[in-house]
Design a protein around this ligand. Structure first.
Ligand code: AHR
Length: 534
């Protein structure tokens, strides 16, 4: 059996844990909006056509924040066509995803749905086809109390109080050659635009925070130089930078899936380094924070790959058009246009995504926002008829509920493994990944409440680990609960009929002697150790 050890001490404080760390990302593609959020024909639908079962599920789960309404979609979306009486709204094309957008779910509906689920809405504005006026108007409509054209229109449209949206994303993936009105070829131009837009949005509502795009994926060959050029122009005027990354592994290759954490770590570290370089360059007092607002680790079927390694995919791939392409017409009562199913029921997917959560906690001083793609279905899995709790429900809710206070840096001693290079497709090509740790951890310490919660993942798919957790530095703390969810090797998922096939269950085999806990970590397991002050 392999051995792993984690040492924690209350002096090793990383930083304050942000309440926005375990949020979700929402965009009207597949069935995320049509079918899941919105289906006027669903038996639980409310007066706005929102599914009541989904609202209830998300509310109970406590999802803290949602980044909306996209995504690539937003770079061509005319939000002004989506407000007011539904029958007067315009149906537009979404050129990013090749779909009709009837705008039955519009600007107000997105924000009101977020209110209904009790989550903070974090809003992405259109900086593709949208301009400076749009940016001013949207803040005025959304946040201004009244006595201007746009704020009075919001009141007329039924929302008297300002929505009070605090976090605003200045475009989506503006470096991506796939983006409508991309700044791929002009980082300086985007940086200047982000600076000016942030400035006027803050003139309109000085309480807001803004987020600029950096490279939307560490695979793009212009990363991280594009990012540096952007930050040179807007470092002082924005509060966060937006990171996106989708880690993919060939179906069934658990080692490659779990290695995602190394890619995210490199990406976060690089963006922190770049930001801090700017801080020094500008002799600034401002410290840039990180928003990892689209992420997921998931399985993908490899396709034949033809280009070189790591993002040398020619951008021209995105300028090719298929004359036979059909536009998607959504029917909210038919989720078949749905896109790939999110893997939320199986433990290995839950654990792989939770390992990114632990990574964010280990960088809690700088990573202040996290939005999982598919995060809403992690909090509340659903199909056409029902909702249920997948394995990710438990990891997400436990992280959100128990990762409070200060993040403590774990010192982890564990074996590592190597992943050989692999390709999923022309864009997702991985060089070998060295030093992937089997065991990763994070810890949250709330001194006032006298709580220490330790999250440990054993990503080892072959071996259990003899595990030691040294919490001697905390003195008078006793273990009050130990929960474990482990893969049983079947890869079966929870379902509406069986929501606890996989769920963390209390165990009592951990021994604690003089502040040193010892136990055995099961293969591919999620482990929570909860301590309280005596
Ligand atoms: O989640 C799907 C897409 O992935 C989003 O629209 C975009 O931001 C990213 O490329």
């Amino acid at each position: 059996m392999k051995k792993s050890k984690v040492t924690l001490h209350p002096s090793y404080v990383v930083g304050d844990i942000s309440p926005r760390l375990f949020g979700a990302f929402l965009e009207p593609i597949g069935s995320m909006v049509n079918g899941t959020m919105y289906n006027p024909k669903h038996p639980t639908a409310d007066e706005q056509g929102f599914r009541g079962d989904v609202i209830e599920g998300l509310k109970k789960a406590g999802v803290p924040a949602v980044r909306l309404p996209g995504g690539n979609f937003v770079s061509g979306w005319r939000w002004k066509d989506s407000i007011g009486p539904k029958e007067e709204r315009k149906q537009n094309l979404d050129l990013a995803w090749g779909q009709f957008i009837p705008n039955d779910v519009g600007h107000d509906e997105y924000l009101q749905w977020a209110e209904k689920i009790g989550a903070e809405a974090m809003y992405t504005i259109n900086l593709g086809t949208g301009d400076l006026n749009d940016a001013i108007d949207i803040v005025e409509y959304t946040n201004f109390p009244g006595e201007t054209y746009w704020s009075d229109l919001r009141i007329k449209n039924g929302h008297k109080d300002p929505y009070g949206v605090k976090v605003w994303y200045l475009g989506n993936e503006m470096d991506g050659p796939w983006q409508i009105a991309s700044y791929e070829k002009d980082p300086k131009g985007y940086g200047i635009l982000a600076h000016e837009v942030s400035k006027v949005m803050k003139f309109t509502d000085p309480s807001i925070e803004t987020v600029a795009c950096v490279s939307s994926c560490p695979f793009l060959s212009h990363y991280p130089d594009w990012d540096r050029k952007v930050l040179e122009e807007c470092y002082e005027s924005v509060d966060y930078i937006s990171l996106h990354h989708y880690h993919s592994a060939p179906v069934g290759d658990i080692g490659a899936l779990m290695a995602g954490v190394n890619a995210y770590e490199d990406y976060i570290r690089t963006e922190i380094a770049l930001s801090d370089y700017m801080k020094t360059k500008y002799r600034s007092k401002h410290t840039m924070m990180i928003s990892l607002d689209e992420y997921a680790s998931s399985w993908r079927e490899p396709k034949k790959a033809s280009w070189g390694l790591n993002g040398r995919l020619p951008a021209s791939t995105f300028y090719q058009f298929d004359p036979a392409k059909k536009l998607i017409h959504h029917d909210p009562d038919n989720m078949a246009a749905g896109g790939p199913p999110m893997l939320t029921g199986e433990v290995v997917s839950a654990v792989a995504n939770a390992s990114i959560g632990l990574l964010m906690l280990r960088h809690a001083d700088r990573v202040k926002i996290g939005c999982a793609t598919g995060g809403l279905s992690m909090y509340c899995a659903s199909n056409h008829d029902n909702v249920w709790k997948g394995a990710s429900y438990y990891t997400m809710t436990q992280l959100h509920e128990w990762a409070k206070g200060k993040s403590i840096m774990p010192v982890t001693e564990t074996d590592t493994y190597h992943v050989d290079s692999y390709a999923i497709d022309d864009q997702n090509q991985y060089a070998d990944i060295d030093n992937v740790p089997y065991v990763t951890a994070a810890a949250a310490y709330d001194e006032e409440k006298g709580e220490l919660n330790v999250f440990v993942i054993n990503g080892d798919w072959e071996d259990e680990h003899e595990f030691t957790l040294d919490v001697r530095g905390f003195g008078d703390y006793k273990l009050v609960e130990n929960l474990v969810m482990a893969d049983d090797g079947t890869m079966e998922r929870n379902s509406h009929g069986n929501q606890t096939l996989h769920c963390p269950r209390p165990v009592s085999d951990a021994k604690v002697e003089n502040g040193i806990l010892s136990t055995v970590l099961k293969k591919l397991s999620w482990n929570v150790f909860r301590f309280e002050k005596n």
